[in-house]
Design a protein around this ligand. Structure first.
Ligand code: ADP
Ligand code: MG
Length: 245
């Protein structure tokens, strides 16, 4: 069985002035797959996600999402905003809105859903992430883990074809990391396609179908968690893994 590719990076090059953040990255994500990106800080993982999300134009190469080329054109940005869910390290919730309104604002403004329908959808998702009782709270009243679960519900409310996560647990207190990873594991089990930048190697080992190792703007090694974590071929991968706490 080969599922259709949903997100394809072909030889993507991205520079910031003299600095080459991505030096020719090719990577394919198939429907229903969970791919984890690991690698040292500054190796280009966030840049790759920002390029996928049409937040940053490319210098070379091509990205296609669901058969459409991702560019920094308005049409492309609109498509990507609607169909790719993005979860960041720092949640980026709207502080002045309640939890419920944070989750409904995308569907009502972008998808033009009626308020009642958006509310019903949001309540279902808040229940799914274990926050049914928090809908009238404001983000500042929640723990980091709870805020991140709201951010996940907010992304899911757009019914995305793909979810991108950029170190979703890096800013969290240790005691709330597990609750976020467990929501992500549930999503993966339900068949959501996910591209996840993470330093949580246990999560990558248990949940990823494939792991891609970044170093200096390149994918230096790619394989199953088994291949990467138990028998890495590239010395740089071994080095990276051995230096993790
Ligand atoms: P990672 O997510 O793997 O830590 P990043 O993608 O954030 O790495 O960064 C890759 C490289 O690009 C780093 O050297 C970083 O300093 C640089 N970089 C990222 N964003 C910018 C930017 N907006 N302007 C200039 N340099 C940037
Ligand atoms: Mg990063």
């Amino acid at each position: 069985m080969t599922a259709a590719p949903i997100l394809v990076f072909e030889n993507v090059v991205k520079r910031y002035g003299a600095l080459t953040a991505l030096a020719g990255v090719s990577l394919t994500l198939h429907r229903g797959e969970v791919v984890c990106l690991i690698g040292p800080s500054g190796s280009g993982k966030s840049t790759l996600l920002r390029c996928a999300n049409a937040l940053d134009p490319l210098d070379q190469g091509r990205i296609s999402f669901d058969g459409h080329e991702v560019r920094s054109s308005e049409a492309s940005v609109r498509l990507v905003r609607q169909r790719m869910g993005m979860v960041f390290q720092n949640f980026e919730l709207f502080p002045h809105l309640t939890v419920l309104r944070n989750v409904t604002i995308g569907p009502t403004t972008v998808l033009k859903l009626g308020q009642a329908e958006a509310d019903a959808r949001a309540r279902k998702l808040l229940a799914k992430v274990g926050l049914a009782d928090k809908e009238t709270s404001h983000p500042s009243a929640l723990s980091g883990g709870q805020q991140q679960r709201v951010a996940i519900a907010r992304a899911l409310a757009m019914e995305p074809a793909l979810m991108l996560f950029d170190e979703p647990t890096s800013a969290l207190d240790p005691e709330t990391i597990g609750e976020v990873l467990s929501v992500m594991k549930t999503l993966a089990d339900e068949g959501m396609t996910m591209l996840v930048v993470t330093h949580e190697m246990d999560f990558a080992r248990r949940v990823a179908n494939r792991v891609a190792v970044f170093d200096k703007g390149r994918v230096i090694e790619e394989g199953t968690p088994q291949e990467i974590f138990t028998a890495p071929k590239v010395p740089r991968t071994r080095d990276f893994l051995s230096h993790l706490g």
